[in-house]
Design a protein around this ligand. Structure first.
Ligand code: FAD
Length: 465
């Protein structure tokens, strides 16, 4: 369908409290720009929703005139799933709010909120819950995919801390899903992505996390083999209070890194320590960093938790070109280390990187079949990300990412975190994410969205029988 006729557009504007921006309107190009600048899609209109009434009106409008619909939370998905050419984007951006209840240690979070909104509001009470590592990521997409970050070894995935979700279903029905209400939907929402409805608010359990110990350690890239051999043994045996994600990167040209190593390719670990900071807990936990060889740089400091959460925001602003692919790993054999060494030496641009996020420890306290998340026994969620500001380098970063992933994939568990799937990876990869849970997800999809109205996502089509 080409656009929306003026009369229909006027009707939509009258029925909503949120703004409607259509193709050709002032601000349209700004509104359709998302985090990953490699995505250039042109929806017919973007309809901002301020509340559940707006969400219901947009769903019914799209169905009445037969428009494809996409849902935008924080707009951070790598493949740009929140935009669909010639379709309608239901934009939850106006629903950015957080209510913290310090008595029950819970937070209710609007469906369009960003991670940083939750971190900020909860920190006022010395509380937090696990989310990702860049504060501008949307809570919506992150949570529905699973959500992992610095607090995951201590307190589990984001979904392991989800108490309930308010959802508008495809037929406009409004439900609250929890362990006791619509438990099948609640099971599917915890990892099944945006397939089941529009989540207008999430309620999370919070934990006492205030000031945390932060560490950055980097070693020359030539030591990547020794460092990875050490890291693969050290981290899984470390106490839950210590997390550290491994990275291959180029040292950014600024503090806290000393000038002589700016621009050097390195391997490194970003540490987060939630144990006792009164003594020298973090330093003691990290005395081991010399074991694989002397670091080129080692920094530790106590930090308010939201400061850690936004530490890398400046390095990764909106508007860069991104091409990424992921996989889960339960081990890092020497052959895989050889792949990391080879492609780490060939990082194509200054921002391109590979991360291994630890997802063991507390994540195992939830049963394998208790949520849609199908990799409770994985130790790392890996992502290879080609990143650069320059559109002319899009093919360079894409090719590096695909080559690296192709060589590494045989050493993986076979599937990837749904939020680290890239563009056009296809239905087999979605199957690979959910493994034995796929059939149950397709059956729940059939119950709640039998016509696959919510299909602008890593799609799970409804079961046919
Ligand atoms: P959007 O593009 O708005 O949405 C993504 C998908 O979720 C779409 O299908 C959309 O329809 C759906 N969706 C979003 N909100 C809702 C809602 N309220 N109701 C229904 N459907 C909804 N992930 C981690 O777990 N840990 C990390 O540390 C991490 N780091 C990241 C760093 C960067 C720089 C980036 C770009 C991503 C990172 N991610 C991480 C991945 C991130 O979780 C996904 O990109 C996620 O999809 C972003 O959610 P969003 O709401 O911002 O995205």
């Amino acid at each position: 369908m080409d656009g929306i006729n003026q009369q229909a557009l006027d009707g939509l504007r009258e029925s909503l409290r949120g703004p409607v921006v259509a193709a050709g309107d002032a601000g349209y190009d700004e509104d359709r720009s998302i985090y990953n600048a490699m995505i250039d899609r042109r929806p017919a209109a973007i309809a901002g929703c301020v509340d559940v009434a707006d969400v219901r009106a947009v769903l019914s409008f799209a169905q009445d005139i037969g428009l494809d619909l996409a849902v935008r939370g924080g707009g951070h998905s790598g493949p740009g799933l929140c935009l669909i050419d010639d379709g309608l984007t239901l934009d939850l951006t106006p629903m950015r709010w957080v209510h913290v209840d310090p008595q029950t240690r819970t937070a209710r979070v609007g469906g369009g909120s960003l991670q940083g909104d939750l971190d900020h509001a909860a920190h006022a009470f010395g509380l937090a819950t696990p989310t990702g590592t860049i504060s501008t990521t949307g809570i919506g997409g992150l949570t529905l995919g699973g959500g992992h970050g610095h607090l995951t070894r201590r307190y589990g995935l984001t979904i392991d801390n989800l108490v309930s979700a308010d959802v508008v279903l495809a037929d406009g029905t409004f439900v609250t899903a929890s362990e006791s209400d619509h438990p099948d939907l609640f099971w599917a929402l915890r990892g099944g992505g945006g397939n089941f409805g529009v989540v207008t608010s999430f309620t999370f359990r919070l934990h006492p996390v205030d000031t945390v110990g932060v560490g950055l350690t980097v070693w020359p890239i030539d030591h990547a083999r020794e460092v990875l051999q050490w890291y693969r043994d050290f981290l899984p045996a470390a106490p839950d209070e210590l997390s550290g994600f491994f990275a291959l990167l180029t040292v950014p040209p600024g503090p806290p890194f000393p000038e002589p190593i700016h621009g050097q390719k390195v391997c490194g670990v970003v540490w987060c320590y939630t144990g006792d900071l009164e003594g020298d807990g973090l330093e003691k936990a990290l005395t081991v960093v010399n074991e694989p060889g002397p670091p080129a740089f080692h920094f530790t400091s106590p930090m308010p938790y939201p400061a850690l959460q936004s530490l890398f925001d400046g390095l990764m602003p909106k508007g860069l070109q991104w091409y990424w692919r992921g996989d889960f790993f339960d081990s890092i054999p020497d052959e895989a280390i050889g792949v990391h060494e080879q492609h780490g030496h060939n990082l194509p641009t200054g921002l391109s990187t590979m991360h291994l996020y630890p997802i063991d420890a507390a994540t195992r306290q939830v049963g394998t079949d208790d949520t849609a998340w199908a990799y409770r026994h994985a130790v790392w969620s890996g992502v290879i990300a080609g990143i650069d500001p320059e559109p002319a380098n899009a093919e360079l970063i894409r090719q590096w990412c695909v080559d690296y992933w192709t060589d590494l994939h045989p050493h993986s568990m076979g599937g990837a975190y749904i939020n680290f799937l890239g563009e056009q990876e296809g239905p087999d990869r979605v199957h690979g994410t959910y493994r034995d849970h796929y059939g149950r997800l397709a059956a729940i999809k059939h119950t709640y969205d039998p016509h696959n109205f919510f299909h602008a996502n890593q799609n799970i089509p409804p079961a046919t029988s």
